[in-house]
Design a protein around this ligand. Structure first.
Ligand SMILES: Cc1ncc(COP(=O)(O)O)c(C=O)c1O
Length: 423
């Protein structure tokens, strides 16, 4: 008998280890599904539905997809940043675990940047912490300060990690609904005395994603005054601090009281286009920073020293670099607003860079934001973000991230126009 070929003996081996010897019900059919944590029961499926629709559009049309649904810039980081990271990559320390002490140089750069930028003195040893992202920081922070069942507040609409962080910590969640008629200002004064007394933590951020509202210092002062009066902690997510087009971005570190009960999250993702490198930092009251550090110490190590080298170049040498992004996004914003107006969808320019946010066009009738965006991407290959992904208050809105060249934005608006004409 001839020896089996290599291929067929491999097939034989594979069949022995992978195929059941006798037919019968598969284990999956006989066992109940594993129990999953109930605390995520209310998780929105808006983003996964959009992901599936985009993947399908990509499969069918390839380059045809114009994806304006993610706040992920199409711009490269500063070359000085990537050069510094490339150089540091060769060092042995870049491949080693990075303990907190080794983040000291970056924390010193952060403290110097805060002093120059906001004229506020912070201690790099006790008030600054390196993060993977401001998303990671805001998601982990409630674990550090809340007991299960404690009350936490988020804005509706608001950034999903704010809600997710409270859910991770098994908090009781209050949603403070923003009103377009009031310029998306958080109505802190609408909270009853009882609600204020019950609250332990508020998580929110201005400039605000998704409404592209810049906000103002008074709003943070008001939140902080309430927090001081009712013994509440304030976590302010500020990755867009450099992306105000009109007005000045507020900063929690400029509001009295942050040294006792505030923590603010900054990021390199938006200002220096480093989102994929994953690096950010928190600055705040020493006990809060320490508590977050403790949680993170159980979960992970710090980002590589190589990435930190790039981040230091950004803070130390390229503080003004984000100005070019503001010019770029302003041009794109004005261009897209005009293109959409020509397409029969009047959209109001927003004061914050990167996003447009507005109501669904009149032609959409009674459609909700998810049905609108799913149909739009399937029919035209233009992907926008359903406002409902950011909370029920976004139900009738959509967000557009201006992360494509102007010619692509024009193309997107033209496809939307042709599509709306079929309604
Ligand atoms: C409000 C807000 N926070 C955090 C993030 C994520 O930032 P990072 O890349 O630093 O995690 C985003 C990204 O879109 C955001 O809009």
């Amino acid at each position: 008998m001839r020896a089996p070929s290599l291929k067929s003996s491999y097939r034989l081996f594979w069949m022995t280890i992978s195929e059941p010897r006798s037919p019968g019900p598969s284990p999956a059919a006989t066992q109940p599904p594993p129990a999953l944590a109930r605390r995520f029961g209310g998780r929105s499926n808006v983003f996964s539905a959009m992901d599936r629709a985009k993947a399908e559009a990509r499969r069918r049309h390839g380059d045809h997809l114009i994806d304006l649904s993610l706040g992920c810039t199409d711009q490269p980081p500063p070359p000085q940043v990537t050069a510094a990271m490339a150089q540091a990559l060769g060092q042995r320390s870049s491949a080693a675990y990075c303990l907190h002490a080794a983040t000291r140089p970056l924390r010193a750069s952060v403290a110097a940047w805060i002093r120059r930028r906001f004229a506020v003195a912070v201690n790099p040893d006790t008030q600054v912490l390196l993060l993977v992202g401001s998303q990671e920081g805001t998601a982990h922070f409630p674990l550090a300060v809340l007991e299960p069942g404690d009350h936490g507040l988020v804005l509706d609409p608001g950034y999903p990690s704010h809600l997710g962080g409270l859910q991770l910590a098994s908090a009781r969640i209050h949603r403070l609904v923003l009103d377009p008629e009031d310029g998306w200002r958080p109505p802190f004064t609408s909270l009853s005395h009882g609600e204020r007394e019950a609250l332990r933590l508020m998580v929110f951020g201005f400039p605000h994603n998704p409404t592209a509202t810049v906000g103002c210092q008074d709003w943070l002062d008001e939140a902080m005054a309430m927090a001081r009066h009712h013994d509440i902690l304030v976590a302010h997510d500020n990755p867009y601090v450099d992306l105000a087009l009109d007005g000045e971005a507020p900063c929690l570190l400029c509001s009295p009281g942050w040294q006792e009960r505030g923590i603010e999250f900054f990021s390199f993702s938006k200002s220096w286009c480093m989102g994929g490198f994953r690096i950010a930092f928190a600055v705040g009251a020493a006990p809060l920073v320490q508590a977050l550090q403790q949680v993170k110490a159980w979960i992970d190590f710090n980002q590589s020293v190589a990435i930190q080298s790039g981040a230091m170049v950004a803070l130390d040498q390229l503080e003004d670099w984000p100005a070019r992004l503001r010019r770029l996004y302003r041009r794109r914003r004005d261009h897209m607003v005009q293109a959409l107006a020509a397409a029969g969808w009047p959209v109001t320019p927003r004061p914050m860079a990167l996003y447009l946010w507005d109501r669904l066009p009149v032609a959409a009738g009674a459609m909700d934001s998810l049905s609108f965006c799913l149909k739009l991407v399937r029919d035209t290959g233009v992907a926008l973000t359903p406002g409902s992904g950011f909370g029920a208050a976004g139900q009738h809105h959509v967000r557009m991230a201006l992360v494509a060249e102007e010619s692509r934005l024009t193309e997107a608006a033209q496809r939307v126009e042709a599509w709306l004409n079929t309604f």
